[in-house]
Design a protein around this ligand. Structure first.
Ligand code: UD1
Length: 356
């Protein structure tokens, strides 16, 4: 039975890694890369590190406006699906690639499975929120990562096609957890638990010069060293708004994005994590690290309600004031499953296809 997974880049690949090894045993599983992420550090390095096979085909769509990316990916997917005639298409997360592939498949009447369904920030100004809502409503099986996500889907009338299976990013994390190393922060001359791990890349934070300047100033105000793993979008926008000077501080080290295990290793030995990424918020939780999320909302409310994560905008208090007041919670709940979601997803897909 032929099935196709469609991926666009880094966040999709971490989820694919959890399900691929089980899908590969049960199906003729093809991987279609859209080319939304094309930089080595946002894509190829993850294939290598997560031991994923090379994609069967790459649409090489690259960067562009949302309409350009979504439009090109729909056309490319349609062509590829018609040639390969899969029994099912799997999409992951909330990238433009996710939405476009789901649209192409559903218009061809090919069933769609959405991995990481039901998460909501309830902020429709985020491109990812639109991608999530539309993808969930045109998919045939929804793999929800948490009980909150399942509730969201039920409220939208999608309970019947929802299967709660845990978070595949937790599976992938448990696979590398033991190998996380101290070398990485040592090489950067940082001291254990005496530096902050930072990533910022969301459109809402990078596409307004004023807002980006506020964030960079706040980072400059930190008294401990900062390791800032900079996404190419952020680098481009800092240049565009002429904000490079705001990073002038002996405390701030800027690097390119890091591989999956290097990034997790740097988080593990940090004092705290400052981010706007949905993936990093969860990784901080997996590692029991306190997290400040540079956003007004989050699609992972359990991390905030449990006291491990705090939203920073719009209060604009210095980060260190928040960190000084933060109490590390004594309780730690397993919101994200048991690390077996990849197995559950593959099993459910098999059952779904056999019943048709
Ligand atoms: C996308 C996802 C976001 C995810 C993020 C992880 C959407 C709407 N957003 O955002 O949810 O958290 O991926 O990285 O799909 N660029 C490069 N090299 C690349 C890819 C992008 O330099 O390989 C630069 C380009 O200047 C590009 C910009 O980054 O214009 C934004 O890339 P894009 O694919 O539009 O979205 P991300 O910001 O990566």
């Amino acid at each position: 039975m032929k099935i196709i997974s469609v991926v666009g880049g880094r966040p999709n690949l971490i989820k694919l890694a959890a399900v691929h090894k089980y899908l590969d045993k049960k199906f003729d599983h093809l991987i279609l890369h859209t080319g939304q992420h094309y930089s080595y550090k946002l894509s190829e390095i993850f294939f290598k590190e997560l031991k994923l096979p090379k994609p069967d085909f790459n649409l090489e769509v690259g960067s562009g406006s949302h309409a350009y990316q979504v439009g090109k990916i729909i056309l490319g997917c349609e062509n590829y699906f018609l040639k390969n005639r899969p029994r099912l298409v799997i999409v992951y997360g909330d990238m433009n690639s996710t939405l476009a592939a789901a649209l192409a498949a559903s218009k061809l009447n090919i069933p769609v499975a959405h991995v990481e369904a039901g998460i909501r920030s309830f902020d429709r100004s985020m491109p990812e929120e639109i991608n999530r809502i539309v993808t969930d409503h045109i998919s045939d099986i929804l793999f929800s990562p948490t009980s909150i996500a399942t509730q969201n889907l039920k409220k939208e009338g999608l309970g019947k096609v929802t299967i709660e299976c845990g978070d595949p990013t937790y599976d992938t994390f448990t696979g590398v957890e033991k190998g996380l190393k101290e070398d990485y922060y040592q090489r950067l001359k940082l001291k254990k638990r005496s530096y902050y791990y930072v990533t910022i890349h969301r459109a809402a934070n990078t596409d307004s010069g004023q807002r980006l300047a506020v964030i960079l100033e706040a980072l400059r105000g930190l008294k401990m060293p900062v390791i800032f793993l900079m996404h190419p979008r952020t680098k481009k926008m800092i240049q565009h708004f002429n904000l490079k000077k705001r990073l002038n501080s002996p405390n701030i080290t800027v690097t390119d994005p890091k591989s999956y295990t290097e990034s997790l290793s740097l988080q593990k030995f940090s004092r705290a994590v400052i981010t706007d990424s949905g993936g990093v918020q969860r990784e901080a939780y997996f590692l029991k690290k306190y997290c400040i999320t540079v956003r007004e909302n989050t699609e992972w409310p359990e991390t905030v309600e449990s006291g491990w994560n705090t939203l920073w905008f719009p209060q604009k208090k210095p980060f260190e004031d928040i960190l000084k007041m933060a109490k590390i919670p004594k309780r730690y709940a397993k919101f994200f499953g048991n690390g077996d979601s990849g197995f559950k997803i593959a099993k459910s897909i098999k059952k779904f296809l056999e019943s048709r």
